[in-house]
Design a binder for this molecule. Structure first.
Ligand SMILES: NC(=O)C1=CN([C@@H]2O[C@H](COP(=O)(O)OP(=O)(O)OC[C@H]3O[C@@H](n4cnc5c(N)ncnc54)[C@H](OP(=O)(O)O)[C@@H]3O)[C@@H](O)[C@H]2O)C=CC1
Ligand SMILES: O=CCCC(=O)O
Length: 370
């Protein structure tokens, strides 16, 4: 059982029901004032278009007795670094800047930093320089290799860290990689938090991400107000590796759901049904999911505007299968889904949205490749 922390209070998560509009419980509704109050403590102009949806903060039961309201006693980190300005990193950094935070950015492809620099961000030419000039540095990188390289490589962030600083890795990686990065970061005397996110491009833009954190609790408490600017809820899950594992399990389920949904859309059309009607039927029943309603109509049109790149979904399935293998847990559905994403990649769909996996099921596409 997990407990929810909202302002100074702890709640049994199962007793909290988030409903739209007037049905929001008082205790949860209190939290809608949370971020503007925090943001007013940050330097810079007040937020005009800041998301005001409720924030839910959850920590694993084992930690609930120590959990405190992070907003009541922490010193806000005044200089924030951001490494990796991609689909996710860009809107996340943008929300911090718009909230008045002092943000310094770096990206391998420098031009992607330009819009953030226009908004007031500073720029440094290496992860090392960013980490050296900031109190807390966030990283949102493609996967294990880039996350290790940017944190621990030549000119990597670890070179700029020292006691009193913190490093928060938001990239989706496996637990082994996260522990390796943690070891390097902690060897400098700095603190480490893994903080992969659930939620895609739009939730990142809207400050509605779900943070799955693990690692140094004091750093979690320090960055909590920043997580609340970028997200709608945060989970503290204990030791490094638990956040990565939670993220991989979630994305394993998501990847399998999308593959199954794709089969359903294709089959419905083949037997003469309107796949748009299938999307509508699904939306009204027990298997309704925002993912199906949001992506279904564009999948029927065979368009895949990228929110979550297909190559990253296949990476996450690969890492999830490794996680399952490490504990000898059969995951046949995820293994089959992974094969489908690999076929989609072989058709050059790497950078399309992961919903493009449906293309791997199209007979015409497959036979034209044979
Ligand atoms: N998009 C989504 O919906 C979500 C993504 N995630 C995860 O967040 C992370 C980022 O995703 P997203 O923003 O979509 O991905 P993008 O592909 O848009 O961005 C990847 C980032 O990693 C950088 N990068 C890649 N390789 C290297 C390298 N070798 N050295 C240095 N930097 C490198 C890229 O730099 P450059 O610009 O130079 O290529 C870019 O900044 C991934 O781990 C992903 O799985 C998590 C939740 C949702
Ligand atoms: O890692 C990507 C997750 C995408 C999502 O949660 O919608």
């Amino acid at each position: 059982m997990a407990t929810a922390v909202i302002k100074n209070n702890f709640y049994n998560v199962s007793s909290i029901v988030l409903k739209p509009s007037t049905a929001i419980p008082t205790t949860v509704a209190m939290c809608s004032n949370f971020c503007p109050r925090i943001s007013n403590r940050l330097p810079g102009p007040p937020i005009s278009s800041f998301p005001t949806q409720p924030r839910l903060c959850v920590s694993a039961n084992a930690f609930s007795s120590q959990a405190t309201n992070a907003t009541s006693k922490e010193e806000l980190p005044s200089r924030i670094g951001f490494l990796g300005i991609g689909i996710m990193g860009s809107p996340m950094a943008q929300n911090l800047i718009k909230s008045g935070c002092d943000v310094t950015v770096w990206n391998r492809t420098k031009s992607k930093c330009d819009p953030l620099i226009s908004l007031g961000a500073k720029y440094k030419s290496s992860p090392e320089e960013v980490a050296a000039s900031c109190d807390v540095t966030f990283a949102v990188l493609a996967g294990p290799e880039s996350a290790v390289d940017v944190a621990c490589g030549k000119y990597g962030a670890a070179n700029g860290l020292r006691p009193g600083k913190g490093y928060v890795d938001v990239s989706t990686v496996d637990g082994v990689t996260s522990k390796l990065i943690s070891k390097h970061i902690k060897a400098t005397g700095a603190l480490f938090l893994e903080a992969p996110v659930s939620g895609s491009k739009k939730p990142a833009e809207d400050g509605q991400l779900i943070f799955l954190t693990a690692g140094d609790k004091p750093l979690y408490e320090t960055v909590a107000p920043l997580l609340d600017i970028m997200g709608k809820s945060r989970f503290y899950l204990g030791d490094v590796g638990n956040g990565a594992a939670m993220k991989l399990v979630v994305n394993m389920i998501m990847g399998s759901m999308m593959a199954s949904f794709s089969e359903g859309l294709i089959l419905s059309e083949k037997v003469g049904l309107d796949p748009n009607v299938l999307v509508e039927v699904i939306s009204q029943g027990a298997i309704s999911a925002p993912m199906f309603s949001t992506k279904g109509p564009s999948m029927v049109q065979a368009t895949y505007p990228t929110a979550f790149p297909l190559k990253h979904q296949q990476k996450d399935l690969r890492l999830a299968l490794g996680l399952a293998e490490s504990v000898s847990q059969p995951t046949p559905i995820a293994a089959a889904a992974n094969e489908l994403y690999k076929v989609a990649k072989s058709h050059g769909l790497n950078d399309q949205d992961f919903s493009a996996v449906i293309e791997a099921l199209k007979t015409k596409l497959q036979s034209s490749e044979n």
